[in-house]
Ligand binder design. Sequence first.
Ligand SMILES: *[C@@H]1O[C@H](CO)[C@@H](O)[C@H](O)[C@H]1NC(C)=O
Ligand SMILES: *[C@@H]1O[C@H](CO)[C@@H](O)[C@H](O)[C@H]1NC(C)=O
Ligand SMILES: *[C@@H]1O[C@H](CO)[C@@H](O)[C@H](O)[C@H]1NC(C)=O
Ligand SMILES: *[C@@H]1O[C@H](CO)[C@@H](O)[C@H](O)[C@H]1NC(C)=O
Ligand SMILES: *[C@@H]1O[C@H](CO)[C@@H](O)[C@H](O)[C@H]1NC(C)=O
Ligand SMILES: *[C@@H]1O[C@H](CO)[C@@H](O)[C@H](O)[C@H]1NC(C)=O
Ligand SMILES: *[C@@H]1O[C@H](CO)[C@@H](O)[C@H](O)[C@H]1NC(C)=O
Length: 835
Amino acid sequence: MLGKATAALLGLGTIVQAVAVPQDNASATASARVPNATSGPGRYVPSAADLESGCANIGRVAASFVRTSNAQSATSFQIDSKIAYDCLASIPLEREAALEFLFELSKFVQFQSTITYLARPPANSGQDPMDIVGGITDIYNSVESGSITSWNELETRVDALLSGCHEGHLYVAWPLPSLINFRAPFSLMDLSPDGKQASRVYVADDVRASNSRFQPSAITQIDGEDVITAIERLTYYEASQSPDTRWNAAFQSQNPPKLGSFFARSRYPGANTFTLTFQNGTTTEYRYTAVAFHQPGSNVWSVLTTGQAIWDRIINVDPNARSGSGSGASKLRARALEDLGKRKLNNDQLDETLRRLEKRQSGSNSPPPQSELVRYNASFPDTPRVRPYIQDINQVVGGYFMADYAGDDSRTAIIDITGFAPDDPNGRFPTHAVQAAVELFLAEAQRRNMEQLIIDVRGNGGGFVNMGYDLYKQLFPNSDPYSGNRIRYHPASLRIAQAFTSLVNQDVIDGLIRAIGGGMGENLSATQVNAYQVAAYASLSGLDQFLNLDEDGRRFSSFEDFFGPANIYGDQFTNTLTYDLNNLLAVGDLSYDITGYGDRASFNTRSPPFAPENIILVTDGVCASTCGIFAEFLRNQQRVRTVVVGGRPNGEPSAAVGGTRGAQVIQHTAHMLNFVQIVENNFSPRDNAEREDWDRIFPRPFRLNIAEAAVNWKDNVRRADPTETPLQFYLEAADCRLYYTPQTLTFSHELWAQVDRLAWGNETECAVGSIKNATVVTGDSNGVPISIGSTGSTGFNSGFGDTPQLTGDRIIDTAKFIWYGVRNSLGASGGRRGY
Ligand SMILES: *[C@@H]1O[C@H](CO)[C@@H](O)[C@H](O)[C@H]1NC(C)=O
Ligand SMILES: *[C@@H]1O[C@H](CO)[C@@H](O)[C@H](O)[C@H]1NC(C)=O
Ligand SMILES: *[C@@H]1O[C@H](CO)[C@@H](O)[C@H](O)[C@H]1NC(C)=O
Ligand SMILES: *[C@@H]1O[C@H](CO)[C@@H](O)[C@H](O)[C@H]1NC(C)=O
Ligand SMILES: *[C@@H]1O[C@H](CO)[C@@H](O)[C@H](O)[C@H]1NC(C)=O
Ligand SMILES: *[C@@H]1O[C@H](CO)[C@@H](O)[C@H](O)[C@H]1NC(C)=O
Ligand SMILES: *[C@@H]1O[C@H](CO)[C@@H](O)[C@H](O)[C@H]1NC(C)=O
């Protein structure tokens, strides 16, 4: 079972050199609260001689490794953590190239929808203030003045700045974690005897070895520090906004299979050894190891013998230049992108749309009948002990009947969905296959008179947005899903919106839809194929007036009606956007209709297969992106009750949706650069002044070997919320919280059985809260979200008391960067530069 997890080891994002523990008071000493990414207790500092020899020492290990038979297929080999860090720390940077990269990054991060909220987070959000542009300015200054001379340090500091925003859609996919990453000798598990008493932390191997003669002893300290504090610190830089979801990231789990970030470290742990102290009084020292990149059949380390060589051949390599592929540089980039795919942090929708179009001539493009998109009674990777009645061919979703495996007369059905996309980016007809599996499963559930449904979304980091909408519509065919989206105003988004709205206007859309004619684009002319591609980018961007509807599901009456900008929280945004689900270009998936729309409009008259009060959503906090959107539909529109598993052992309420609640990610290279190229291919600047302006506002390619960067592009805002705060900044408690037991951690069906007893059986108490006596799960009586710890009214301010400045106003914030926004929102009293 660990095959899948081991494959995902490279690049799991964790930075561990932290010094301070996050606290709850957002207005207190922020600089002390945000852990310092570049120093920590026990930090190993290599000597000059260590730095000199580190990479050459890896080369020596590689030289013997390539003589083994493993070397033909392995994609990595093990090395000592000391020589690994000696080598990383010896990688220099060249100032001009590094500064140019930081400059480009500073332009791109301004598309992060919540950049102003991050600088001045709403009360009760639990988010530490983070000034992203200010932070990059500081790092830029440090490189310019020569106080940062190490590329590894630059990666680590920028990473800490972005990770401190706890926004899964905001990242840079760096080269170094794919080149070298680190491991502890074992995983940890976080377990409670009954799911209700507070959990304790164990070595996973001990738990597996436990029997009548050996009872594992819990860990009480790591490196002499209280275990809870140490793990909170270890997980501070995890992507999730909920501290309990971050906590869970440290540990091994089975569904989905992962080894946890205590074991898999993308960055140096700060020391080569660590100690654990157990409750039985024993203290033991262990050694970290490291894993180095290997390209099967060759020896890249024969030339990477110095830090300078890694800078020259791996980092300072322009991905767009022909020479950019030497010494594994492009392989590393590919590997970093693969890792993003596994973490569902890309946007598969566009790839799928364009891939469909490319395949249109080959005949392999028409979806097969439902029966070929599903499998019955076959084993499923996330549940080794029990098999689903049905699953899709890509193993995204499994549908179970408890009675099938328990052999009783249970009326409970289960949908297990650990992502809204397949792990394999080349999965076959992913949206069609999941739609078919769910449809056939729900029909069987009705045939068997099932009454209750558990939906298990543990580990679900998102994926195809339309798959999330579809699952909701299959469960509630007669309800319109509402997700109010908006995009941050920026002069570049205005130019892009103007361009897309004129290129892909209503006539173009109508013409394309006629030409596609419900098919797979097989009859499109070359010109129409080009127009379709532009429309696909326009659709993905959300910046075309004609491909969006307003919050009431109506067309926008004018460009201004669509684009705004609206002044909110001292920043500016488009007006609220919703998807036009009847428009196949807006949905962006040829021949696929979301249930209830297009060719599947007739489903609207069906009655829901389960009553909402008979559905329970189970999460481990990791419910992000599309999963967050789906969970919001269930909770806010249907009042479906939620159970969250795991979290810090504090007996307090914990968020059901702890991963990004942003509605869409946009990548720098795969998406934004294409938007810009479409603008520049079709329009010319009026004059030199405008030409210079475009260069200043439009992102340009990175010229270092950075695989990708991304921002959260669209906020999700609840309709009832008068403050229009992004859901990202609300931590909403699950109705019932449980801890894992050895049984429920290892076997999903044991967890489902406990949830079943708590919801419909004779078990009453959760660790916190209750399912049976659930309070209103979502918001106050008007549906306005309430954060955990909030005392009723949300207390959010709707701005900073400043007057938002005019559209297009440009403020030069520093001599280095151009910041588009309202100065006061990032003023001296604003975001701390904690990184
Ligand atoms: C937060 O810190 C501020 C400033 O130190 C203090 O005035 C306030 O009482 C604290 N609030 C809480 C909830 O601890
Ligand atoms: C954080 O790191 C900086 C630079 O290495 C160091 O000067 C500073 O003392 C550190 N801060 C803390 C709180 O350890
Ligand atoms: C204490 O517990 C740890 C962890 O279970 C175990 O490895 C160790 O052997 C135990 N020590 C003694 C003296 O029993
Ligand atoms: C396997 O699935 C089929 C549905 O095609 C069902 O009819 C059959 O009973 C299942 N077999 C078992 C052994 O569960
Ligand atoms: C494509 O063109 C062929 C030949 O004219 C026609 O038979 C077919 O129906 C068209 N397909 C679609 C989807 O319109
Ligand atoms: C709860 O119900 C189960 C069967 O569903 C039964 O075995 C168990 O004894 C019951 N427990 C109590 C305390 O009633
Ligand atoms: C749920 O509420 C009912 C009615 O208020 C009460 O009788 C019952 O004891 C409660 N159950 C739990 C588990 O709190």
